[in-house]
Write a protein that binds this ligand. Structure first.
Ligand SMILES: Nc1ncnc2c1ncn2[C@@H]1O[C@H](COP(=O)(O)OP(=O)(O)OP(=O)(O)O)[C@@H](O)[C@H]1O
Ligand SMILES: [Mg+2]
Length: 453
């Protein structure tokens, strides 16, 4: 989309000549001879950049700057003036004008300043967007076809009261999907209660889910509400449903069918209205065949199935997610502007991500903690990616991430030499001897490959 520039100046010939020049550069240009009209145009047309003369007939440019900035903080305003004094320039800077250009205008300077201003606005807006989503951490990122379909399905499923079964490998985003369904449902203002079925000990599961009355067993000193109670009118998220024992499955099935239960040690029948969303990384159909999962419970839960595909089946989402997490953790840590080199992205995109999005997220967090510089290169990725799992298959996939042989060789040399130097506690002479190089050549390699010793 074309960028829109508004020029406010009381000299018609300035408007005309700038308009021509900027349109030649591909901008959409709006003009105004009057200050008040200019403010109106800002409100209705939403320009990307404003060029604003300080001396206008109806209202002072500095006053316009003040008003507009208070309402549109991220809109860059470039002040222009034929009678600029240092004081006004200082005043404009204080009021957060983007820049100050003196008349007679040098077209080249104007063009460069506009370009910078557009860039500035873009970054500002991105930051606002990121800040908002960081705080919530509830967005499902990705532009791949599977993710688009997933988001469409969520939109359709969420407003209904249907039960949902979410399947997918570890770390693919099942919990995130469950939360989003709740957030987009009629129950959004009611509780979202999370039950990790794998983490509750068998003998406590009833008390966890249904609650207990005071004195019903040793240690039950108070009455306790169960998760079903707490989730009343809201959503109950049964996570890791495939890890429940058959006995618990039977109990849950009864509750799910009746939406009625008694607390442990109690006689009162409690009725609840909950929407159940279940999730598992197991293939329940196979578990049924093996006799580990009840078929009737499976059909009860699996009214609407949602499958979250592994990251390696939607590789185009990897750069988006990696950049997002890199920004998020940098923002939280030190506000540095870390970015990924092309080769780094290449490697990320070719890796097979057994731990899916969670693994990518953890990697980015580790890198933000451990790497001080802003450019994150392939070496940084390789150093911190899954160090414990050195299967040859992983390595092949990593190497496949390079586009040229020389890059791959350089990488290998670097990792190899670093490792060896460490092995010999930083002693270059010993390292050189051990790997069959002269000291001098090893020093040259260290320098060329940027190895820190
Ligand atoms: N598409 C996505 N966009 C942004 N963040 C995501 C996305 N998918 C997953 N995440 C993030 O990755 C992490 C792992 O996701 P989540 O806990 O939902 O996975 P899961 O499938 O429930 O994993 P597990 O099976 O191990 O419990 C979370 O921090 C989540 O916010
Ligand atoms: Mg989970």
């Amino acid at each position: 989309m074309k960028c829109k520039i508004l020029i406010i100046d009381d000299e018609q010939y300035i408007l005309d000549s700038l308009k021509d020049a900027l349109e030649d550069e591909g901008y959409t240009v709006l003009t105004s001879l009057s200050g008040y009209e200019g403010i109106k145009i800002i409100e209705t047309e939403n320009p990307d950049v404003v060029l604003l003369d300080i001396w206008l007939k109806d209202i002072d440019g500095v006053e316009i700057l003040k008003r507009v900035k208070s309402a549109y903080e991220n809109l860059p305003i470039i002040m222009i003036s034929g009678h600029g004094t240092i004081e006004t320039a200082v005043q404009c800077t204080k009021l957060k004008a983007f820049d100050f250009i003196e008349k007679p205008l040098n077209l080249e300077k104007v063009l460069i300043t506009i370009k910078n201003a557009i860039e500035f606005k873009k970054i500002k807006e991105e930051n606002v967007y990121l800040k908002k989503s960081f705080l919530k951490d509830e967005i499902i990122l990705g532009n791949s076809e599977p993710i688009k379909r997933l988001l469409e399905d969520i939109e359709k499923i969420a407003p209904t009261d249907s039960w949902v079964l979410i399947t997918g490998e570890n770390g693919t985003g099942k919990e995130l999907v469950a939360k989003l369904i709740h957030k987009k449902s009629k129950r959004k203002d009611k509780p979202f209660i999370d039950v990790n079925c794998a983490a509750i000990p068998e003998e406590l599961i009833e008390s966890e889910l249904f609650g207990h009355e005071k004195g019903s067993f040793t240690g039950a000193t108070e009455q306790k509400k169960g998760k079903f109670d707490l989730a009343n009118k809201g959503t109950l998220f049964l996570d890791e449903i495939g890890d429940m024992s058959l006995k618990t499955q039977a109990k849950i099935l009864r509750i799910l069918q009746e939406q009625k239960f008694e607390r442990v040690g109690g006689t009162e029948v409690i009725e609840v209205d909950v929407r159940v969303i279940a999730a598992t990384n197991k293939n329940l159909e196979e578990e049924i065949k093996k006799g580990n999962f009840r078929e009737d419970l499976y059909y009860r839960l699996n009214v609407v199935p949602i499958y979250v595909p592994p990251l390696r089946e939607r590789r185009e989402d990897i750069p988006v997610l990696a950049k997002y997490f890199l920004n998020k953790f940098s923002y939280e840590k030190d506000g540095k502007n870390r970015f990924l080199s092309k080769e780094a992205i290449n490697i990320l995109q070719n890796y097979h991500w057994p731990g899916n999005v969670r693994e990518l997220k953890n990697l980015m967090e580790r890198i933000v903690i451990l790497v001080e510089k802003e450019e994150i290169t392939e070496y940084d990725i390789l150093r911190y990616i899954r160090p414990q799992n050195g299967k040859i298959n992983d390595f092949e996939k990593i190497i496949g991430g390079f586009s040229s042989l020389s890059e791959a060789v350089k990488f290998f040399e670097k990792v190899f030499i670093e490792k060896k130097i460490k092995e010999f506690n930083g002693n270059i002479t010993k390292t050189a001897e051990a790997i069959g190089m002269t000291r001098r050549n090893l020093y040259r390699k260290i320098k060329n490959l940027g190895i820190e010793v």
